[in-house]
Design a protein around this ligand. Structure first.
Ligand code: S3P
Length: 180
């Protein structure tokens, strides 16, 4: 049993981190935290505006700072942004402060789930499919390197994926004692 103080979801855009994360948080009585939303609240502008103003590199600086702040707390389900694992310090902190679940998704499913998306700056281009394949090649080994548990979300609805995870987490993750 791994007694990590937080439950953390990693995986690419469109893997269902927010949707499955909300359900899992409710099931385990954890506070749901969307790391992207925490960045928006901290910086005071949208993800798109941050990318416009300071570029991806600037966004990653905000992402790293906010993640470190979030991970100082416990009893949370943290849904991370898809690029969080790119940074080695982030990967180390995730492993130290959470039980990490990798929600895998194929590029095919990502394209279906995200075809109308206008909120993700890295996907606002014509060669979306190529971009997603390149990201998957780079990031899949990184997600695997931090994951305590992996589930392929292509196979399941969010409700089914949640049900699967509840069973597997009950066997592998020791839920932290939360203050009353
Ligand atoms: C990103 C994923 C996004 C967000 C930003 C960059 C990425 O989060 O952090 O647009 O690099 O994959 P989601 O994975 O929650 O969409």
């Amino acid at each position: 049993m791994n007694p990590a103080p937080n439950l953390i979801l990693v995986g690419p855009m469109g893997a269902g981190k927010t949707c499955i994360g909300r359900r899992l948080a409710e099931r385990f009585g954890l506070a749901f935290v969307d790391a992207d939303q925490a960045i928006v609240d901290d910086v005071g502008s949208s993800i798109s505006s941050i990318f416009e103003n300071v570029g991806e590199a600037g966004f990653r600086v905000h992402e790293k700072r906010v993640l470190a702040q979030l991970l100082a707390r416990h009893g949370q389900l943290i849904s991370t942004g898809g690029g969080t694992v790119l940074d080695a310090d982030n990967r180390q902190r995730l492993g130290e402060r959470g039980f990490v679940v990798y929600l895998r998704v194929s590029v095919h499913s990502q394209l279906e789930r995200l075809h109308r998306d206008k909120t993700r700056p890295l996907l606002q281009r014509a060669d979306r499919e190529d971009v997603l394949h390149a990201m998957a090649a780079l990031r899949d080994p990184l997600y695997r390197s931090v994951a305590d548990l992996t589930i392929d979300t292509d196979l399941y609805s969010p409700a089914e994926a949640t049900a699967q995870l509840v069973v597997r987490l009950a066997a592998q993750w020791q839920i932290p004692d939360l203050p009353a």
